[in-house]
Design a protein around this ligand. Sequence first.
Ligand SMILES: [Zn+2]
Length: 296
Amino acid sequence: MIFFVASSFESVTGLPVIVGYILSFVFGSAVGSFLNVVIHRVPREQSIVFPNSACPKCSKPIKPYDNIPILSWLVLGGKCRGCSAPISIRYPAVEFLTGMLWVLVFWQTGLSPLLPVGFIFVSVTVALMFIDAEHMILPNVITYPFAVFAFAVRILFPMFFAGAYFADTALWPMNLMTGYPAWLISLTGALLGAAAGGGSLWLVGELWKRLRGVEAMGLGDVKMMIGFGALLGWRSAVLAIFIGAFAGAVIGMSLIAIKKDKDMQTQIPFGIFLGIGSVAAYFFGDRLVTWYLGYF
Ligand SMILES: [Zn+2]
């Protein structure tokens, strides 16, 4: 998505690179623990900072030593220490997934200004996917700030980090913008990405609504893909939607087959699949595009 001359972790810290991977996992799973709070509280419109986490069954506050990512759930055997109420496997799953995604981000970007951007992108994606799975919504309080963040990154990074460029700015049509300031070229890429990500989904939803008279696409999906598209660029945004639609179709058809549900109106939280597609496009989009363009 973006290329930097990344500093080598070893040369900057004097530590073996494995330490960078371990730290990424540790901090990532800790953020995953916070995402569990976000996933539980944001759709219920509760504060994410107050009060502290408590068992939903016996209301006993969760002690810090029972709040260690993944490990506490394993030690407690998936049960509350106070009342033995089961704790969903979603909690350690979110922590593990976020930790692993942070490891992949570190592998992808190394020690560069993009590192925190990648961490934020994958963390927001995890939160949105799990909220969509449970509530079938993608809250505005997450999608709007992320879209603003994505545009800010695309405008400010070329200004403040010399030599930084987003992969899409070297390709058509941004490659025609010679002589323009780097931030403007990058912003153009972000606008095209937002249009390809959010705009195309909105168009499909509108067409479907006109043709079938039913709401097929939530506006949440559109808002999510505006931000993701802005960050990824239009090629990767299109790729993300294709991967998402394909994964959604395969899993949706399997669900319909299993449930023997012939009603095609069965709602599928598409945000999950768009999230999978976007993360895949973030990690592999540029490699795929470069490989594909290499054929011409
Ligand atoms: Zn309890």
